[in-house]
Design a protein around this ligand. Sequence first.
Ligand SMILES: CC(=O)N[C@H]1[C@@H](OP(=O)(O)OP(=O)(O)OC[C@H]2O[C@@H](n3ccc(=O)[nH]c3=O)[C@H](O)[C@@H]2O)O[C@H](CO)[C@@H](O)[C@@H]1O
Ligand SMILES: C=C(OP(=O)(O)O)C(=O)O
Length: 435
Amino acid sequence: MGTFRIEGGHQLTGEITPQGAKNEALQILCAVLLTPEKVTINNIPDIVDVNKLIDLLEDLGVKIQKKGPGSYTFKADDVNLDYLQSDQFKQDGRGLRGSIMLVGPLLSRFGKGYIPKPGGDKIGRRRLDTHFEGFIKLGATFRYNREEYFYGVEAKKLVGTYMLLDEASVTGTANIVMAAVLAEGKTTIYNAACEPYLQQLCKMLVRMGAKISGIGSNLLHIEGVDSLGGTEHTMLPDMIEIGSWIGLAAMTKSELTIKNVSWDDLGQIPLAFEKLGITVERQNDDIHIPRHDKGYQVQNYIDGSILTIADAPWPGLTPDLLSILLVVATQAKGEVVIHQKMFESRLFFVDKLLDMGAKIILCDPHRATVIGHNFQSTLKATVMTSPDIRAGVSLLIAALSARGTSTIHNIEQIDRGYENIDGRLRAIGAKIDRV
Ligand SMILES: CC(=O)N[C@H]1[C@@H](OP(=O)(O)OP(=O)(O)OC[C@H]2O[C@@H](n3ccc(=O)[nH]c3=O)[C@H](O)[C@@H]2O)O[C@H](CO)[C@@H](O)[C@@H]1O
Ligand SMILES: C=C(OP(=O)(O)O)C(=O)O
């Protein structure tokens, strides 16, 4: 189990460049299976989850060449489908959430797709019904081995149809889109997820020859084609990382510039921090966070009632930033309710913040009321364990703002999604060591 030792209480300064987006990379990498031709992908983050998926593709027989930092070519012209039945796949396929998106491309191109119950954060129930209901609607037969937690879909051919998704699942929509692009005829997907990473996937598929309209909306129309060709694709910057750096700057009273953020793809993210009173300045495509020497004041609603920050499917606020917004709120002036609607077990990490002296009432598994300290009292250093990727980064931000030296165990959770986080934090003045 890896550990960070963090000496808190230091102001940071300088520039930080966000990595390529983790959750986009997981979709895009799976899409290379849709064509026997070469696909070049740039700005791939060097993080544990993405590297595990690249290894899975290699084990499936995809030819992979590293061209430079973050740039690879992939050629899926000789895919080894037997690997999908191997014990190794049943083991390795579980290692991350994103592996579920191997199923759609495999099903549409080869007529079968299998996956062990995928991993990812333990943040509550993470069902897969939307994915498999979509495949079944396209004509696939579904099999589930309960002993092995092994899912499978098979089809001689997929036929386009209308479907109304039961929820706007991000990976579910990506999976169904990747199945439908090679199905016969027209597929309509209503209540589709439409976040920027899905838009990126759809745009990539269109460059490969797919016919998709409605990109960016929750109503996608797909006209199936016989085959897809190669392309080149570059990942957007990771919006959750960008939000993490905004929170870090405010909480440590630091002046930071976050470079090349692709502002127009950030949706509600800058607004959510502004609601906590944080100044988020746009400078071309950079974000500048000035030093918040006088702290930051939560904005109540017009009628004076207490602010609630809640997640919602895109273009609502992503659930992956709520843990970070919560930790930032512990030093705000004012009160805020954080309402994590999507996941059931993602707020339990507030226990660690309570140990550090934060004022938080966990109302129920979905809602926490935070009463900000307004920097009248700093958080106290402590020893903690990272329960999931975003809680881990939130605890890291808390530790960097705290008085004294904190220890965070189980940092593998953080490494799942943040590239060389300790090195990049040291470059802006943080005192953090990997021990
Ligand atoms: C690898 C990857 O890309 N992971 C992301 C992806 O996970 P993932 O695609 O697994 O998440 P889903 O979008 O399927 O659903 C997330 C959770 O929200 C609930 N839900 C979803 C849609 C909806 O309309 N109502 C609703 O309540 C689901 O039941 C589930 O509990 O999207 C999540 C939601 O943005 C993010 O937290 C994850 O980081
Ligand atoms: C929940 C997340 O990831 P995953 O879906 O891979 O568990 C996340 O990125 O915050």
